[in-house]
Design a protein around this ligand. Structure first.
Ligand SMILES: Nc1ncnc2c1ncn2[C@@H]1O[C@H](COP(=O)(O)OP(=O)(O)OP(=O)(O)O)[C@@H](O)[C@H]1O
Ligand SMILES: [Mg+2]
Length: 664
């Protein structure tokens, strides 16, 4: 046997720590096993906590090389409860008798079991789930997720793995998966070796006096960074149990991979509470502090150190109009006909026909004047270039000026003068025909009015009266959209953010300030933009950039009532194809779209407080083993973790995020 074989063979034998024997299997089938243990053994290993890993095997380390091949395997078990032994009822009777006999009236009691009885009484049973089988193949340690056989003769001894053995068990990644993740990384453009990352240490139960008393007892749990890129990760748990802590950890790990492999990975954080963008008293060092040079922060309003998320209504015409459209519709007041015509008829698609283009230009000019009238800030000397035929200009009595303020005035004069002409014409018309003001404007080519319906309605809105002269709310209906506007932006914020992501920046959208509706809208628009941009890169046979997106309160964005064709659900479901990874945090597992849960590769679950949430979670992997513990243990950072690379759920105490670890 070569040295190499020896080393690898040892990795199976090394799992067997003879000093940690805790019992014998006394019943086993393909799914579960019952283990006989006793107080003495349990004491020797510092107790067997619920959910602890156990291993059962016939391997005798000293005799391994001479043992039969058949026996060279280790069954991995998880303690899920206790079980009754046949003699339990008799034992209880004996114990009761003994306690009653030995209790005197003065309250002093003495134990009076003989050695043999004591020995009999101390046995108890553990109920375990079969998680899989470790064995050697091709000189590598393998793990099958079931057992191939079970022996009724029950010779297997059971051990509580600790230290290095436990470390192997909780960090086990099978060789095929390991190679696959290397290939996945390569496909993403990462050629360098990326090491696993420690996220915490094994923790079985909330009370951890015995199992984690010494530093040596703390067994590190590592995750494979390749599990996260272009995948979905759920961070679930009640408030203040460490979800954001986990997100910070992930952002930093991804940043690290990006730096080390020299591959830009853009990260976008929708920061609802402002905790990633700003330092707070509790947790020193926000993500933006740590990665200062590679981080861009956005806010809904102007602030030092932040870019603005607001849009310029004069520049991003259709985005701005969409907000006006939504706000007017949301206000649910009865809407005047002109406003209806305006919001339903407005279109920013420039027509191809040269004549129609002229009308389009007029419409856009009037739209900008309407914004200006409603108080949408823009520099006074903002120019509008527009032309009209001589007859139109004659009605106003002057040429079309250029600054927006003057153009507005020119249009108002045009409308007023035309109204006067219409009144005059109606008054003097013999047949009693009533004329409306726009009919007084010389018609353009093809016999159409110079203004189309939308332009007419907008001019009515500007002056606050309809074509029959009845006053109405008019331009004031735009005022509530004004808070979404900034005069300072000249490019599309979505495109700007996407470019940052392409360049591997961490972009934090600080949503803690500003209007809630806008927050939702901007988030959605941005998600849609990113999805579409990456998708079109992909469909043009190019490689989309690597992007990670982090969302909190995710049930609001990927809720179960949503259609899978909606922006967020679509991004969650299909984003991976276009190299968009999603990390979503929520405390409401049951409210998340089931289809997205089903497509989630990584899970970090801390305390959940209701049966409803637990039941939902229990449908996935072996989380049902932790139902009781998840509802009971409220400890911060005590998570049950299932990653793509691991074959079963591992209970972990997550490390507190340490800014110093990342500051360069
Ligand atoms: N693993 C951990 N170890 C120690 N402290 C932690 C750990 N995780 C989080 N904390 C601390 O607990 C507090 C709450 O954590 P965090 O903000 O991550 O929780 P959360 O689940 O995101 O809460 P919320 O629902 O309010 O967003 C923070 O002060 C944080 O520093
Ligand atoms: Mg949080």
């Amino acid at each position: 046997m070569s040295i190499l074989d020896q080393v690898n063979v040892d990795s199976l034998v090394e799992l067997v720590q003879t000093g940690n024997e805790v019992g014998r299997i006394f019943s086993i089938d393909y799914e579960s096993a019952l283990v006989l243990t006793n107080d003495l053994w349990k004491r020797k290993v510092n107790g067997v906590p619920q959910n602890a890993f156990l291993i059962a095997t016939n391997i005798i380390p000293e005799k391994y090389s001479s043992q039969e091949e058949f026996d060279k395997e280790i069954i991995l078990l998880r303690v899920i409860g206790s079980c009754k032994l046949p003699q339990d009822d008799d034992n209880i009777r004996t114990k009761l008798d003994s306690i009653q006999d030995s209790t005197s009236f003065d309250g002093n009691s003495t134990s009076n079991f003989d050695k043999l009885t004591q020995n009999m009484l101390q046995f108890s049973g553990l109920q375990c789930r079969v998680l899989g089988t470790f064995y050697m193949k091709n000189q590598e340690l393998q793990l099958g997720s079931d057992i191939e056989n079970f022996s009724a003769s029950l010779t297997q001894k059971v051990y509580l793995p600790k230290g290095s053995a436990l470390k192997t068990i909780v960090n086990y990644v099978d060789p095929i998966r390991k190679n696959k993740s290397k290939a996945d990384f390569k496909a993403l453009g990462i050629e360098t070796e990326v090491n696993p990352f420690k996220i915490g240490t094994v923790r079985y139960t909330s009370s951890d006096r015995l199992q984690r008393s010494e530093k040596n007892d703390l067994v590190p749990v590592e995750i494979q960074p390749s599990d996260f890129l272009a995948r979905r990760t759920a961070v679930l748990g009640m408030t203040r149990t460490g979800k954001s802590n986990m997100v910070k950890q992930t952002v930093s790990v991804v940043k690290d991979i990006s730096d080390k492999s020299n591959l830009p990975i853009g990260q976008l954080i929708f920061d609802i509470n402002g905790e990633y963008a700003n330092a707070n008293n509790q947790d020193k060092g926000s993500i933006s502090d740590i990665f200062r040079g590679d981080c861009v922060r956005y806010r809904m309003m102007k602030a030092e150190g932040f870019e603005s998320l607001l849009i310029n209504f004069y520049e991003q015409l259709s985005d701005g109009f969409q907000i006006i459209f939504d706000t007017i519709n949301e206000e649910k007041i009865s809407i005047a006909q002109d406003i209806k015509t305006f919001i339903n008829g407005m279109s920013f698609d420039k027509p191809e026909d040269i004549h129609l283009q002229k009308r389009y230009n007029v419409m856009i000019a009037i739209y900008k004047c309407l914004l200006y009238k409603a108080g949408f800030e823009t520099p006074y000397n903002t120019k509008i270039y527009l032309d009209a035929n001589k007859n139109i200009k004659e009605i106003v009595g002057k040429d079309i000026p250029q600054t927006i303020k003057d153009v507005l005035e020119w249009f108002v004069t045009l409308r007023n003068n035309a109204e006067n002409l219409a009144n005059e014409a109606s008054r003097t018309n013999k047949d009693g025909i009533k004329f409306q003001w726009f009919q007084m404007l010389p018609s353009s080519t093809k016999g159409k009015y110079w203004l189309d319906d939308v332009s007419i309605s907008m001019l009515n809105m500007i002056v606050g009266k309809n074509s029959s002269g009845t006053p109405f709310y008019g331009y004031k209906s735009l005022i509530s959209s004004k808070e979404y506007h900034t005069a300072e932006r000249s490019s599309d914020v979505k495109e700007e953010i996407y470019n940052h992501l392409v360049n591997g920046k961490i972009v934090i959208l600080d949503m803690s300030v500003g209007n809630a509706n806008l927050r939702e809208k901007i988030s959605k628009d941005l998600a849609k933009y990113i999805f579409n941009a990456s998708m079109s890169t992909f469909t043009n046979a190019q490689t989309p950039p690597n992007i990670m997106i982090y969302i909190e309160e995710a049930h609001n964005l990927i809720g179960k009532s949503m259609a899978l064709t909606d922006t967020w659900p679509r991004l969650a479901k299909e984003g991976a194809k276009y190299k968009i990874g999603l990390v979503y945090a929520t405390q409401e597992v049951s409210s998340v779209h089931p289809n997205i849960l089903a497509n989630t590769e990584n899970w970090f679950v801390t305390h959940l407080n209701s049966e409803k949430e637990i039941n939902e979670l229990s449908k996935f992997y072996d989380f049902s083993d932790f139902s009781k513990s998840l509802i009971r243990a409220q400890d911060v950072g005590f998570a049950r973790v299932k990653t793509l690379s691991s074959s079963y759920v591992i209970p972990v105490q997550i490390d507190k995020f340490d800014p110093n670890q990342w500051i360069k």
